[in-house]
Each structure stands twice: as C-alpha cells, then as structure tokens.
Design a protein around this ligand. Sequence first.
Ligand SMILES: Cc1cc2nc3c(=O)[nH]c(=O)nc-3n(C[C@H](O)[C@H](O)[C@H](O)COP(=O)(O)O)c2cc1C
Length: 363
Amino acid sequence: MDRRSILLGTGAMLAGSTISTFAATTPPASYDDAVKLVWRPLDRSGGLREIVRAGTLGANSHNTQPWRFTVSTGLITIRPDFDRRCPAVDPDDHHLFATLGCAVENMVQAATALGFRTEVMVDSANQERVTVAIEQGQPSSNELANAINKRQCTRAEYDGRTISAEDLNKIGTAGTVDGVECLLVTERHRMDAILDYVVQGNTAQMRDQAFMSELIAWIRFNDGMAIEHLDGLSARSSGNPSLPAWIARRLLPLVMTEKGENDKYAKHIRSSAGIAVFVAASNDRAGWLAAGRAYQRFALQATALDIRQAFLNQPVEVPSLRPQIATYLGIGKRRPNLVIRFGRGPTLPPSLRRPVDAVTDHI
Ligand SMILES: Cc1cc2nc3c(=O)[nH]c(=O)nc-3n(C[C@H](O)[C@H](O)[C@H](O)COP(=O)(O)O)c2cc1C
C-alpha cells in the first residue's frame, strides 16, 4: 500500500460517529434487545467504527473478547487484552491469538464491503499487534461481509444431511488462506476416530479442576448476567435454559456430567456433515493468527451457504492428544490448530458482545 494515500481523517470519523452503542448506564432491557443491537447489519456509512464493530463480531474463545483496538488515521491496530486470557484452557495463548485472527478477518471483509482497501501487517518484534492499514477504495458487494452479522457457533445437534461437493469446495477454499491448510473430513469412520479424541479430551478437561473453574467463571447462567457482562458463554447461546445463578451453580454438577457431555458430543458429531481441521504453516503467534483468519473466512462462507459450524477443540487443547491427532491426520510435525464440525440445522440465539467504545482507544 502507498502510505501517502492512506486515508486521512477516518480516525476523526470514528470519534465523531453518532452510531448508537450501549451507554454504560443504560443496559439493554432484554437479551433480545441486546442481540438486535449487537448483531445489526453493517452500517455502510459507518467508517472505521463499523470496521472495529465487525471485528468484535468475530468468534472468540469462551467469548472473552480478549482484544483492544486502537484507531488512528487510516489505521486500526488490534492487540491482546491479556487480562482476559484463559490460562487453564489456553496456557500459551494460542486461542487468544487465533481469536485476534478471527477479528482481523472480519475487519478486512467489512472494510471491503464499506469501500476500503486494506493491508494487514503483523508486528515483527513479538507478533503481538496486528495493524490493518485502510485506504479509500470502491465498495464491493461481498457475500462474506454480508455474513458477518449472521455467523454464529451453533452448539446444537444438526440434521445429519450431507453437504454437496460444490459447497464443500467453497468452504474448504475459503478456509485455505495465508498458508493455512483446511482439512475436511467427511468419511464417517474418520469422523468417529476424531470423536474418540474429542471424548478423551473432554474427559481429561472435566477431571481438571482448573479447567472447570475457568469455564464456569465465563458461563453467564441467565439473561440478566449476560446483559450485565456482555461477554461470556450465555445459557441461551449454548441452548440451555436461563436460570438464577445460585440454582444453576448447584445443578451444574448434576446436569453437566462426563458421560452426559461425551454423549452430547457424539450426537453433535454424528449429526454433522463433516469436520474441518485448520493447520497453520508455523507454530507461532503469526501462525495462530493466520489459523484464526482462515477459520473465520470458512465460517463466513459456511454462513453464506446456510451451513452451521461449531468448535470441538478438546483434541488440540489437551497437550497429550495434540500429537496423536496430528499423526492420525497425517500432518507430520505441524500443530493442529482448530477443530470444527459443520452441517445443516437450526440456529441458536446469538451470543453478546461488549460495545466498540468499551474495547477501543482513540488516538
Ligand atoms: C480460538 C477459539 C477457540 C474456541 N474453542 C471452542 C471450543 O472448544 N468449544 C466451543 O464450544 N466453542 C469454542 N469457541 C467458540 C466460542 O466460544 C464462540 O466464538 C464465542 O462464544 C462467541 O460466540 P459466537 O462465535 O457464536 O459469536 C472457540 C472460538 C475460538 C475463536
């Protein structure tokens, strides 16, 4: 990109925007109101604020939203918010950087639709910050951008239908970018083998007190909690009933059992059309970011085709299983980054997000 032509004045555009967000003192009246505001379509005249908002709609681990955006003239920078890291499930911050990659991909797609050209740069020192340089271009209709406010991780049973070769090709191609390989597994016996790793991983995680405590800390047991925090795993988006927190905490050990969860994952995989595994070229932050970007593109393309998808990362989260599934998949010494199931089926209520102003520093 020619730096002289970087758009001037868009930082001011963001600062001066009047697009409504949640004011700190006026939380939305209901979960449905919050969903409407969070997942509203992109405002074509929204400038950099809308590009940041698109970033916040990316998939992100445990819905921790571990990001800080900085907006200046013609540039948006995204960096980790380490206060929101999850040391039990993600000790090396792999998921945190994959999450930033998801946000970056959404920003790039939104920018294109809003009439900007982008260039993405990962800082070379410690690969901690990603800068998206933005310059004025022509708006172009973009089915991936149109899917940004419809994409969700759907943790429901799917309907067992297969996906056509044409659609498989489209989602696989969307997920094959930046040196990331997107392996699509659709043969039943291979899906069953991956289910076996998911069950082993889930069993290990449910026996790990630190993992369970961290997970429970991010569960929002009812609509009130979800609206108050605007982050975390809301009961609704996980397909669970909204309950008073004190009741839900007591019920959890009774309803969330190893066997119950493992049976649920078996139903989830057996009702899916396939499993996608993302494998980046390098096992470092740049590679993890690239895996997140590739996954997000895949998910946007799937959404555009009315295909649902959800993560099943247990086999890549439990360190002892990672080399085992890598060997099974035949990917040599490369790290398997993300595991996703996909298929046709119903949607669930979406998760919530904190507003742009809560996650953005203006320069
Ligand atoms: C790197 C990464 C890892 C994730 N791992 C899991 C997972 O193992 N299981 C799961 O159910 N969801 C997982 N998710 C999905 C998030 O929980 C989900 O994106 C978040 O709750 C926001 O919901 P949404 O994507 O539907 O908007 C992961 C997401 C990312 C980006």
